[in-house]
Design a binder for this molecule. Structure first.
Ligand SMILES: NC(=O)c1ccc[n+]([C@@H]2O[C@H](COP(=O)([O-])OP(=O)(O)OC[C@H]3O[C@@H](n4cnc5c(N)ncnc54)[C@H](O)[C@@H]3O)[C@@H](O)[C@H]2O)c1
Length: 357
């Protein structure tokens, strides 16, 4: 049976990886990508799909209700996979409004549009609103605390995580109030191909190649759980195919690493894989900078539920995933070079020059 998906934010990092995953595994399904192409969106990520009959790209904002209504009706969408968001914590500290607009109002708009689309038609059982969210909604852990589970109370600490928490609550409420068949996933830090240069792993690879400082916040001992983006895609696939409406699934990589250890691993990989480095060993570029405001100390995910109930588990270790990722950034300089625009440079110096100690 063929399905019709609206994938929001499908030109971004995780969204584009997911679009490729879905089109490869379910070529009979119709996929419409709706993406505003903000600084983080890149239509080139989907270039190899553009001539496929079952694929369509629409540039537009999830906050534009008439556009969303039109797409839902025209394609008779039965699944929304919602990735579109403002996603970078540092940018949310500089300007929270865009985060509330896209992450909260945009999600509300999609929910309302899907609800009225649903009321007018009868849909098969796999009708779904998949809301892709983050583990950051749960706040920060102490060193000995157990990982976040699906019942951990929300305690978001940044404007980004607060806006994602707000959208999660709306999605949950639409299931309970209107029986809209929603599912929420809360996932740990992703990395892999097509990630915008501002995020930790690409930033370190690119700065190393350019011989620039590798800025590490605070004492570098903040802990994150890292998940290779391909594993996130297989988890979302399991959730869409076998997940239960109204449920939340936490997704993690079982890879807790301190930021400074991660950066050192990246330096070693760059020393090994890059032929032409301005500074060797590249770890000499590591520079501690003033900590991010409100920086959460530790995130960890308990993903027992998705493992037991849906049979998903991550397949890529952090060592394997980092090697794949470093190799990708080394062989795709034509992808990331154009993203280092004057706007990006201005953002970069605002965050790191001001915070450099
Ligand atoms: N990156 C991570 O580590 C991570 C971890 C867990 C969850 N998430 C969540 O996964 C989703 C995708 O994250 P990402 O890292 O791929 O983000 P990203 O910033 O790389 O991509 C976001 C995409 O959304 C688009 N977009 C932004 N505002 C829009 C709007 N108003 N209308 C339409 N499109 C819009 C952008 O153009 C871009 O293509 C987000 O919801 C994020 O909260 C990310």
């Amino acid at each position: 049976m063929s399905r019709r998906l609206l994938i929001t934010g499908g030109a971004g990092f995780i969204g584009s990886n997911f679009v490729h995953h879905w089109c490869q595994n379910y070529p009979q399904d119709r996929v419409v990508v709706l993406d505003a192409l903000t600084y983080a969106g890149n239509r080139n990520n989907l270039a190899t799909l553009e001539d496929k009959e079952n694929f369509r790209f629409v540039q537009g904002d999830i906050c534009e209700r008439p556009l969303v209504d039109e797409l839902l009706a025209e394609v008779n969408i039965d699944i929304i996979a919602h990735f579109a968001a403002e996603s970078h914590v540092d940018r949310s500290i500089l300007g929270p409004s865009a985060f509330v607009q896209t992450n909260v109002i945009g999600t509300l708009n999609l929910l309302e549009a899907f609800r009225s689309h649903w009321k007018n038609n009868s849909y098969p059982d796999d009708y779904r609103f998949l809301h892709v969210s983050t583990d950051e909604v749960y706040g920060s852990l102490e060193p000995q605390d157990p990982g976040f589970s699906e019942t951990t109370p929300y305690a978001p600490n940044s404007p980004y995580s607060a806006s994602k928490a707000g959208s999660d609550h709306l999605v949950r409420a639409y299931f309970h109030t209107y029986s809209l068949p929603t599912i929420i996933t809360n996932c740990s830090n992703n990395y892999g191909p097509y990630q915008f240069p501002e995020k930790l792993i690409p930033l370190m690879c690119i700065n190393t190649l350019m011989g620039k400082q590798l800025p590490v916040y605070g004492d570098g001992k903040n802990v994150r759980d890292w998940l290779y983006v391909g594993d996130h895609c297989t988890a979302l696939d399991a959730v869409l195919n076998r997940g239960i409406a109204g449920e939340t699934y936490n997704i993690g990589g079982n890879n807790e690493v301190e930021n400074i250890s991660l950066v050192k691993m990246l330096c070693e990989l760059m020393d090994e894989l890059a032929t032409d480095l301005p500074v060797r060993p590249s770890s000499e570029l590591i520079t501690y900078v003033k900590d991010r405001l409100g920086h959460d100390r530790r995130y960890a995910i308990n993903s027992t539920k998705i493992q037991n109930q849906l049979g998903w588990s991550p397949s890529v270790t952090v060592e394997q995933g980092l090697r794949l990722t470093v190799a990708w950034y080394l062989s795709h300089q034509d992808w990331w070079q154009p993203l280092l625009s004057p706007e990006y440079q201005a953002y970069y110096s605002q965050v790191y020059t001001q915070s450099a100690s």
